[in-house]
Design a protein around this ligand. Structure first.
Ligand SMILES: [Zn+2]
Length: 476
């Protein structure tokens, strides 16, 4: 079996991957509570000769599915969690919840996880036929969205024996993921004060809500004195109730503190803690810091990312039927003009050698079929728990165009599009890209050696130590 054989093996089983992706779309589950979604993975893996260890790292719905034996050991990472309040009617080009206030697959993780399963099954077929030494480990990772599920798996040492790790993410372009991501700390700040009648005995009250507001004000002043690339955002988890005539005795803020490097994020986190202490001091309330979770910055491995890129070259341009293009056009029509203008600018930046007319054609595609050129080191705004894995082993990821051009992640358009034939094509292309890159690693030990030496160089003497203390349990 060669690369073409792997592609055909994935195509031959495509119906089961598509069915699983659709079923996961139908039952969008949040964070660690992904019981039905993970079952869809088990249904496939149990019929595909994988040995599944369920409930790993203290997470009921996390798993490691293994096939093969001996070195190298190749990890593939999959996700299946959804987002809150993103319910949306499928295939409809206007925002309309299927169930008001319910969850939805706004980040395409119904495709992400199933594409990873497709990749694992594809390379398993090759390993089985070739009889080569090698082990595939597929990781079922809950709570990517705000829960750092992989960080808990990393804390348990589940990635330590890998030679490399591969993953992908749905996107509106197809490219090898050469960008780093922001490290992040997710932190609760709890304030406790004293309740009292707000008019009758205000002098008796100590307001936790005042403390929360002073903390936020303090953090606004901090922003001027941190690095430009850092990001700090917050939400009120508890504003102390809804009665203005009661001095609020409790308040909780939930902060995300992000920076390009984990040590930078940690430094800012410590400074935010001081502001919280100051707010408590000013209001004579008490404050406690509760770290929820933390993810490292993502370090793209250039050798491995280049290997994924070469396989994407084999799989692109993605082909779409006129009907699929019309289908995607209806979502593309919802993209604001200013964003469309930015698409032109970003396409021009990506393809500096193309003529303006070609750039215009690409920028105006309702679904992007082109492979974007390989580039490294451009910082992106988000964070991912794949960051932790990338500190432990050489890691590479792909973006595959599954989503309408110009639409953002976590949008109703991504949910509406999530069961379309375009989305399915993307998940199959992703499975192929992962399996073909695993094939390269199995057949070219020098690729692994190169990736590992680059990894050591990137770490520059540092080593991974999970930022989530052992006493913090996932989802608790
Ligand atoms: Zn995502």
């Amino acid at each position: 079996m060669d690369k073409q054989g792997i592609i055909e093996a994935i195509e031959a089983k495509k119906e089961k991957f598509i069915t699983a992706a659709n079923n996961i779309w139908e039952t969008p589950e949040l964070r660690f509570a992904t019981k039905k979604s993970v079952q869809e993975h088990y249904n496939i893996l149990e019929t595909e000769d994988f040995t599944i260890e369920k409930g790993v790292a203290g997470m009921e719905n996390a798993y490691v599915a293994t096939f093969g034996s001996g070195k190298p050991i190749i990890g593939i990472l999959g996700e299946y969690d959804a987002l809150s309040n993103l319910s949306q009617v499928a295939d409809l080009a206007e925002q309309k919840p299927l169930i008001s206030g319910a969850n939805g697959h706004g980040c395409g993780h119904n495709l992400l996880g199933t594409g990873a399963v497709a990749g694992a099954v594809g390379i398993k077929e090759y390993l089985k036929e070739s009889g080569l030494s090698g082990t595939i480990k597929l990781y079922g990772c809950p709570a990517e969205e705000g829960g750092c599920g992989k960080s808990y798996m990393a804390r348990e040492g589940l990635f330590d024996d890998l030679d490399l790790a591969l993953s992908w993410h749905p996107a509106d372009t197809t490219e090898a993921w050469g960008d780093s991501s922001l490290a992040v700390y997710h932190v609760y700040y709890h304030f406790n004060g004293t309740a009292a009648h707000a008019a009758g005995a205000p002098e008796m009250g100590r307001s936790a809500l005042d403390a929360a507001e002073l903390m936020n004000t303090g953090v606004q002043y901090l922003r001027e004195h941190i690095i430009d690339q850092a990001r700090i955002h917050y939400a009120y988890k508890d504003a102390g109730g809804t009665s203005p005539n009661v001095v609020q005795s409790s308040a909780t803020l939930f902060y995300y503190i992000r920076a390009p490097k984990i040590e930078q994020a940690k430094e800012i986190y410590k400074r935010v803690n001081k502001i919280a202490e100051g707010a408590a001091l000013m209001t004579e309330t008490t404050m406690s810091v509760e770290l929820d979770s933390a993810c490292f910055d993502y370090i793209p491995n250039q050798a491995l990312t280049t290997a994924i890129y070469k396989n994407l070259e084999l799989l692109t341009p993605l082909e779409f039927t006129p009907e699929e293009l019309r289908y995607e056009q209806k979502y593309f029509d919802t993209v604001p003009n200013i964003v469309k203008e930015n698409l032109f600018a970003s396409t021009l930046a990506a393809f500096p050698d193309k003529k303006e007319e070609e750039i215009k054609t690409i920028a105006e595609m309702p679904i992007n079929s082109e492979l974007f050129p390989l580039k490294f080191s451009q910082q992106t705004g988000g964070s991912t728990d794949v960051g932790d894995v990338s500190w432990i082993v050489p890691t590479a990821q792909a973006y595959i165009a599954c989503e309408p051009h110009g639409t953002p992640a976590h949008s109703w358009q991504w949910v509406a599009n999530g069961k379309s034939s375009v989305a399915h094509k993307g998940l199959l292309a992703a499975g192929k890209a992962l399996a073909l890159t695993a094939y390269d690693a199995l057949n070219h030990p020098e690729l692994i050696a190169k990736a590992k030496s680059e990894h050591q160089k990137n770490l520059n003497g540092k080593s991974y130590q999970c930022e989530i203390p052992m006493n913090i349990l996932p989802g608790k």
